[in-house]
Ligand binder design. Structure first.
Ligand code: ARG
Length: 458
């Protein structure tokens, strides 16, 4: 049955019905729809628009529908137009005429605006919890690896030595910002659109403050046209999800590189790898690759809703029904990716010796050799040139700076003394970098403490 058959004389064409219907995807928020309806009738009774008996009967009916859908006793009718129609229709079937009063002072426009907001709000929270679990895992790895040396890269070329804790710490900051973005979105979106009607409010004395309170909002929205036409929070959430995916994708890319036979910095656990159907020797980093690959799909959802909204005149237009499918898909995709990624790094093995050797063999201490000369009075530009000559000499001989004899050092610059070895050792190179944010062990321990406190408090 249609909610709006009255002014129509012909049956709806079947193709039109299917094209128009949203039940196949908006049934995802049956819980939110029922929760919103219960708040709405509670408010209607408290404002004297329904009697308490009517309210009780409707609430009981709605609660029964909720329980029956959850337990599998009630199947959501796939031929209904949308979840709002299904719930209302089922209510009327179950409790009779009183059920017809549910929609008093409400339009599907403010109803769907509410449902989508409640759904998104729940998902913002769940995404945040998954990110927190990921951050906890990253922090554990950081704590264990403040003295695990590895090369830091620029241009994917070895640059300066860092530690594994420092490298993971970079991602800690990214995912921390992602959580902050989610909490900003939550605050901004947390106003209740219900009571806005189709676009111009209603003539009933609705208590919108009460509805907002019953649904844990910070208050009612302040413009009824904006309320039914606003999908900013979906766009903001998809934008935050896209940024999370961008971070996960960069991290995945690094892990894929580190996991190659050429690098062997890490070994992804068997349980998070897959084999090849033809090449028996292969163990592929499919999970990391899929996380990287699914990023495009989430960006796609963001582009889609931005494009849908850009030409819409106020207030509600049916185009806005397109806010759901890709958004739901993007949310599920990101949540899956965060969980799998967390499991993958929790079980990953770090080949610390290989990392340390790699840092030693890439002239990552060249800057420190130049700093040594500067500390002995050589202007930096000259020091840069001298160390360039040392590097050429080493490349020619196939050795590292640390392997040169003191005579060889002195042949290029007499300023070098025995203490050069200490000055360019990996440990010194890292340990001297002690400003906050740098990889030095003490500096890292300080940052770990700050981030431990952050996780305990949020
Ligand atoms: N399925 C619709 C949507 O998702 C519900 C709102 C319908 N409102 C209307 N005026 N046809 O947007």
């Amino acid at each position: 049955m249609k909610l709006w058959g009255g002014r129509f004389t012909k049956e709806e064409n079947a193709l039109v019905h299917n094209f128009n219907a949203s039940i196949s995807f908006d049934q995802k928020f049956y819980k939110q729809d029922i929760r919103g309806s219960i708040a709405h009738v509670t408010m209607l009774a408290s404002s004297g628009i329904l009697t308490d008996e009517e309210k009780d009967k409707i609430v009981e009916g709605l609660t029964g529908i909720l329980n029956d859908v959850e337990s599998g006793n009630l199947e959501i009718d796939p031929t209904a137009e949308d979840i709002h129609s299904f719930v209302e229709q089922t209510l009327i079937e179950r409790i009779g005429d009183t059920g017809k009063k549910l929609h008093t002072g409400r339009s599907r426009n403010d109803q769907v605006a509410l449902d989508m907001k409640l759904y998104t709000r729940d998902e913002v929270k769940e995404t945040d919890e998954l990110l927190k679990a990921l951050l906890n895992e990253i922090l554990l790895i950081m704590k264990d690896n403040t003295a695990t040396f590895m090369p830091g890269f620029t241009h994917l070329q070895k640059a300066q030595p860092i530690t594994l804790a420092h490298h993971f710490g970079a991602y800690f900051e990214m995912f921390k910002r992602d959580r902050q973005r989610l909490s900003d979105i939550y605050k901004r979106m947390n106003y209740c659109p219900l009571g806005s009607g189709a676009l111009a409010g209603t003539t009933y004395p609705l208590d919108r403050e009460l509805t907002a309170k019953l649904l844990d909002f910070d208050g009612p929205t302040l413009n009824s046209m904006d309320s039914v036409a606003d999908r900013d929070y979906v766009i903001e959430f998809l934008s935050a999800l896209s940024t999370i995916m961008m971070h996960l994708s960069r991290f995945s890319e690094e892990i894929i590189i580190w996991n190659t036979n050429e690098y062997r910095f890490v070994e992804i656990d068997d349980s998070y790898s897959t084999g090849s159907s033809i090449m028996p020797q292969k163990k592929n980093p499919d999970i990391a690759e899929l996380v990287r690959g699914k990023t495009g799909r989430v960006y796609g959802a963001l582009m889609s809703i931005l494009t849908t909204m850009k030409g819409l005149p106020l207030a509600y237009n049916k185009d806005m029904q397109e806010d759901k499918e890709l958004t739901f898909d993007a949310i599920d995709t990101v949540k899956g990716c965060i969980s799998l990624f967390t499991g993958m790094i929790a079980t990953m093995k770090f080949n610390k010796d290989i990392m340390e050797n790699s840092a030693k063999n890439g002239f990552t201490n060249a800057t420190d050799a130049a700093d040594y000369l500067v500390n002995h009075g050589v202007p930096f530009r000259d020091a840069h040139g001298i160390v360039g000559q040392l590097v050429l000499f080493c490349i020619d001989k196939g050795i590292a700076l640390d392997d040169m004899s003191l005579d060889e050092f002195k042949a290029i610059s007499p300023v070098f003394e025995e203490d050069i070895y200490e000055a360019i050792s990996m440990k010194t190179c890292v340990e001297k970098r002690l400003t906050i944010g740098a990889p030095g062990i003490k500096a890292m321990e300080n940052v770990i403490k700050i981030n431990e406190k952050y996780l305990a408090e949020s």
